[in-house]
Design a protein around this ligand. Structure first.
Ligand code: ADP
Ligand code: MG
Ligand code: MG
Length: 923
């Protein structure tokens, strides 16, 4: 059977229906559906998206048989309407409308009033007895046909129209007289001829054919292509073309056109919402040529029509069970519906509408959960800029961490702290990039703005963790630390000047832009509760401070999946002790090795030769004393601080598990790199600046990310991990005595061999046992590991024999799998995305094909030796809905994400479990 290219709708029945959007486009499918529902829709027919597809595949040739089908459907339409295209006695006018399966508002083209020719004009004037209306329709037609079909830009026509209005001293098109419009039409025609070197076509069939072709062509106009890229609209065949009988809202004061929503799309309130214009046509409402009136006024102006409109909007919402965005036209008191589609709405409205509709019995909870986009919940959790406020945007960077921040510019962490804490100023920290040394300053800033680095740069990750607004990688800013200012274009912004940054859009704005505070509304809480009932995954949080832990718990976290102990090291005055510990550690190590060597020699050698050795040993011991003192005193200072941190975090998470990762990052992150910091260290350690600098450079690594970090530190400088383990267990004992239910999970980072794990696990158990004995307490704790190196995934079965839990550290795993440095991806990943080499940034959405495969291997192998192995994810990916769906499908037990992403994760996990029931039996 030959394929059907054209679908008719009219007279109460249609060939198509609403679920044929892929073939008929959203507009065409719903015009058919409305027709079938008995709603008054001007009849017409739809040329399928398959034709568009074939047209492009076939070198812009239409498939055989299309012309005939169009001819047949046009005849059918003409018969139904009792009017004929171009007929001088009773001309049929049509619109030629684009419409793809996905809504792309305003991206493609539409031509109205097609079929007007000098003959048709005469006929229509006679038939309607409304000369003004006919000339108005004609001038509109020439404009749209000229613009859409022939590429004569609109402004050529608009200038003529404006000149007439000016001459007549009138503001609105509606005041133009019939004579004026007639003259305007003549002028339009000559502009058309001048620009196209053709007469305006007088054969309506030619008009139709050209308009159809233009609508197909609009599928690939640059703005439509860009739009599809931006919104990741893929897999569509093309646009459909709808040829539809015209109805006229421009026939006088009993005619109108309008757009409405069945509910308020901005607040979600269940109240009819919309606008209309008397004596106007289609695009006038949206184009903003005249100010439309609120829909409520229609009730006064045309009560009967209003009543009908309300009835139809109710029918449509009940039928589609979702908010509808509707176009309508009133022709001399008769109402016609021209389009209906799912209404776009703010997140706030989406939540309210979903919850309301369940309460109204229109949808069930599952549908409600699916209706809200988890990623957008961000908007409900951070202050946002008042949409009514005026903004002067000076640059745009990456929207790295949502929120709206206003404050005075400072260029280093120290100033940030000084201004924020002492002067109580709101500050925005502007840096080329941030480093762990800036944590304190970042913490007190309202927002963070960097010129380099991507969505997973230090600034971005830390800011998201803190729930703080951040715009990263804003390359347009030229920051000059020396003069404490930055330049953008020709503007100079100095320290102390006010700026505002929007972490949801990446915009950088001049001055103070007012914000509005978020409200955790009752509906939001209700939706979250439904999500909790539906999900299988547990949701934990990445939290390093009691404040974060508390916040996350408020937002529904069921434990901490990652507590990074090093972040505690940057607090207050701790960094000095940490630096002292690190700078003295290598010396201690060297001396200890020397002593061990000498002692061994001493045992072996004859008694008459020992004197020299003994002397040397004494000497070395003396030399060791200084670094050893520094080392142990630093550790001693750190122990109670860490213990206190853990006590507070355990207390905040009373009754919930807390996964604590032992020291992980490369050492250089802690080292004093700037001279004034090095001088401070020299003073504290009572050594020279030069010695400090030598120690710093001795610890320098060529590739710190692949260097001396994680468990490698724990093995080579065991005292550091020992101190941390002691602090954890002591803290657990202390809070348990106060009645807190405490479940520490000690996590070892960067494990790549079973031997590493075994060694460290033994020391955890050893210390834990000693502490518990001393404190006379029993703590239920687990020892597990991060799985973040490809090797670890491959030997996960062996590791799982020892490890009680796995937590996939997908930041490092992605880095190691791709061999992409996390800190340098900004220089090439954007281009990779543009060129389609990567579909998504693999540091934001897990790369299922590669990294994900390693995760699956790790899970499968791990559970092969320990079937009940508890498995989670703690990388940045843990808060990404797509990754969460992956985690659900591979059978993880939980995901862990930054506190402000917890609600996102709860909803995404619910959506994952409603979409794809897990097949795995292990969970
Ligand atoms: P878009 O997809 O950009 O909204 P449309 O095809 O919906 O484009 O048409 C643009 C405007 O013209 C809309 O306001 C629509 O209601 C109006 N319109 C389209 N077809 C007709 C018609 N047959 N009669 C009256 N108005 C129409
Ligand atoms: Mg429309
Ligand atoms: Mg890691």
């Amino acid at each position: 059977m030959a394929p059907k290219y054209v679908y008719f709708f009219g007279n109460g029945s249609a060939d198509g229906k609403s679920d044929m959007k892929h073939l008929l486009g959203g507009k065409g499918a719903n015009l058919a559906e409305m027709t079938n529902l008995g709603i008054p829709v001007p009849p017409g027919f739809t040329i399928t998206t398959e034709v568009c597809d074939a047209y492009y595949k076939n070198n812009k040739k239409y498939p055989d048989g299309l012309a005939k089908e169009i001819e047949q459907n046009l005849s059918r339409l003409e018969k139904l309407m009792g009017a004929k295209l171009g007929d001088p006695a009773n001309p049929l006018l049509v619109s030629v409308r684009s419409g793809a399966a996905a809504s792309m508002p305003g991206m493609m083209d539409t031509v109205l009033n097609l079929g007007l020719t000098p003959d048709a004009v005469a006929g229509l004037i006679k038939k309607t007895n409304n000369e003004r209306f006919v000339w108005d329709a004609y001038r509109r037609f020439i404009t749209m046909f000229g613009d859409v079909v022939m590429g004569v830009e609109r402004h050529y026509f608009e200038e003529i129209l404006d000149a007439y209005k000016k001459k007549a001293r009138i503001k609105s098109d509606t005041e133009l007289t019939s004579d004026q419009l007639k003259k305007i039409v003549e002028e339009f025609k000559s502009v058309y001829k001048k620009k196209t070197r053709e007469n305006f076509p007088t054969d309506p069939k030619v008009q139709l054919q050209k308009a159809i072709e233009a609508v197909f062509a609009s599928w690939n106009n640059p703005r439509a292509v860009k739009y599809r890229q931006l919104y990741e609209i893929k897999g569509l065949l093309g646009t459909a073309v709808n040829i539809q009988t015209m109805v006229f809202g421009n026939m006088g004061n009993h005619s109108a056109t309008g757009v409405c929503f069945t509910r308020n799309p901005s607040t979600g309130e269940n109240k009819f919402y919309g606008e209309f214009l008397i004596n106007a046509q289609g695009e006038d409402v949206v184009a903003g040529i005249r100010t439309p009136e609120p829909i409520a006024h229609l009730e006064k102006e045309m009560p009967a029509v209003y009543k009908q409109l309300v009835a139809y909007k109710n029918t449509l919402e009940n039928h589609f069970k979702d908010v509808q965005d509707i176009e309508f036209t009133i022709q001399e008191n008769r109402l016609f519906m021209l389009q209906t589609r799912t209404g776009k709405r703010t997140t706030h409205a989406a939540v309210k509408i979903a919850v309301d509709m369940v309460k109204e019995g229109l949808i069930d909870k599952k549908v409600a959960i699916a209706r809200v986009n988890p990623s957008e919940l961000d908007q409900l959790l951070h202050p946002t800029f008042d949409p009514k406020a005026k903004k002067q945007i000076i640059a745009t960077g990456l929207p790295a961490s949502p929120g709206a921040a206003t404050g005075r510019v400072v260029f280093n962490a120290e100033d940030a702290e000084k201004w924020a804490l002492e002067k109580k100023e709101k500050v925005i920290l502007v840096r080329k990039e941030t480093s762990p040394e800036d944590i304190g300053g970042m913490h007190v800033s309202r927002g963070i703005l960097t010129t380099r680095g991507g969505m997973t740069s230090h600034a971005a990750v830390v800011a998201r963790g803190m729930g703080k607004c951040c715009v990263a990688g804003c390359g347009a800013l030229q920051v000059d630390y020396k003069s404490q200012s930055f330049k953008v274009n020709s503007k100079l912004i100095k320290k102390g000047d006010y700026i505002s940054i929007d972490g949801s859009t990446g915009e950088v704005m001049l001055g103070m832009v007012p914000t509005i505070e978020p409200g955790l509304s009752g509906d939001f809480a209700t939706l979250m509760q439904w999500a909790d009932e539906a999900r299988k995954l547990k949701i934990r949080t990445n939290a390093d401070t009691p404040a974060d832990a508390k916040k996350a718990r408020e937002l529904g976290a069921e434990g901490i999946g990652l507590c990074r102990t090093e972040h505690m090291f940057f607090g207050e005055c701790r960094i000095d002790s940490v630096r002292q510990m690190i700078l003295s550690a290598p010396d201690v190590k060297i001396f200890k090795a020397k002593i061990a060597g000498l002692e061994k020699e001493l045992q072996k050698c004859a008694s008459n030769k020992t004197d020299a050795l003994r002397k040397e040993l004494m000497q070395v011991r003396k030399e060791l004393k200084e670094p050893m003192n520094l080392y142990t005193s630093a550790l001693k200072k750190l122990l109670p601080m860490q213990r206190r941190d853990f006590e507070q975090i355990f207390t905040a998470m009373d009754g919930l598990p807390v996964t604590i990762r032992l020291l992980d990052p490369p050492l250089h992150e802690f080292l004093p790199q700037e001279e004034h910091n090095q001088k401070d260290m020299a003073k504290q350690m009572k050594i020279s600046l030069k010695e400090v600098q030598e120690k710093v450079s001795a610890l320098h690594e060529l590739n710190p990310m692949l260097g001396h970090r994680g468990c490698r530190l724990g093995i080579t400088y065991p005292e550091i991990y020992d101190m941390q383990i002691q602090a954890i267990i002591e803290a657990a004992c202390n809070v348990k005595k106060k009645g807190v239910a405490v479940y520490p999970e000690i996590m070892l980072p960067i494990i790549s061999t079973v031997q590493e794990f075994d060694l460290l696990k033994d020391s955890v158990h050893g210390i834990a046992k000693a502490v518990m004995q001393k404190k006379n307490a029993q703590i239920e704790y687990l020892v597990g590991t991060m799985i973040e190196l490809p090797r670890a995934t491959l030997i996960a079965d062996k590791i799982a024999k020892q490890a009680e839990f796995f937590s996939f550290g997908t930041n490092d795993l992605t880095q190691m799998t791709f061999g992409f440095s996390r800190d340098d991806v900004g220089s090439f990943v954007p281009e990779y995305l543009e060129k389609g080499i990567l579909e998504k940034d693999p540091f934001q959405v897990i790369d299922q094909e590669g990294t994900g495969q390693l995760v699956e291997i790790g899970i499968k192998k791990g559970r092969s030796t320990r079937p009940q192995l508890k498995i989670g994810i703690c990388g940045e990916h843990g808060g990404d809905p797509q990754t969460i769906s992956f985690c659900h499908n591979v059978g993880m037990n939980y995901v862990s994400c930054s506190p402000f992403r917890v609600p996102i994760a709860r909803l995404a996990a619910a959506q994952a479990s409603l979409q794809q029931p897990i097949s795995r039996a292990t969970v």
